[in-house]
Design a binder for this molecule. Structure first.
Ligand SMILES: Nc1ncnc2c1ncn2[C@@H]1O[C@H](COP(=O)(O)OP(=O)(O)O)[C@@H](O)[C@H]1O
Ligand SMILES: [Mg+2]
Length: 163
């Protein structure tokens, strides 16, 4: 609906999640190396495409990956996986993306605030990244959540409707 009523503002295209991730990894490759972060990726065979606004999904991935890098100042591992799953109730196909780091984790007492606009624990953070990610995922009728343990790491889990 959004696409047909306002094509310029919100262009949706069928994209392979693996292509989008590869594009973003190329942008951050130097940062990963510089911080001693190992990277691994795993894509399910025959993963369906997603119907997305490419620029927005790239922006979302960049925000999440930069957060992961910032959580691992002394190195670690970044693992990205993509697989598809049927939605429990509606049997609608989704693509699930997990972005996992072995960083400092998110303290339990602030976990409910991380998607809030301007919430940051960083000296020079803007606190805008995750609120932007949430808005982008919502605009795609998707879902974003995370699991985190202090001293162990954080995994962001993003679900996007398959095309
Ligand atoms: N991967 C992560 N590991 C640890 N903490 C994180 C991670 N991602 C987000 N956070 C926490 O959520 C806060 C908000 O993130 P964000 O909205 O991107 O703003 P910013 O990066 O400018 O602080 C961060 O300051 C940090 O405390
Ligand atoms: Mg950020």
């Amino acid at each position: 609906m959004i696409y047909f009523s306002n094509p310029k503002k919100y262009q949706l295209e069928q994209k392979r999640m693996s292509d989008l991730i590869k594009r973003v990894i190329r942008l951050v490759e130097n940062d990963l190396t510089k911080h001693g972060i190992a990277f691994s990726q795993e894509f399910e065979d025959d993963l369906p495409s997603v119907l997305v606004n490419e620029n927005e999904i790239v922006e979302m991935l960049l925000n999440l990956i930069i957060n992961a890098i910032e959580a691992m100042p002394h190195g670690g591992r970044l693992s990205i996986k993509a697989f598809s799953k049927l939605d429990q109730n509606q049997q609608k196909p989704f693509v699930t993306l997990t972005i996992k780091d072995t960083g400092e984790g998110i303290a339990p007492e602030v976990q409910h605030k991380v998607f809030d606009r301007y919430f940051t624990t960083k000296d020079s953070g803007t606190g805008l990244g995750l609120s932007i990610c949430e808005r982008i995922v919502m605009a795609h009728n998707g879902d974003i959540k995370f699991e985190s343990e202090q001293g162990v790491g954080t995994t962001f889990i993003i679900k996007l409707p398959a095309a």
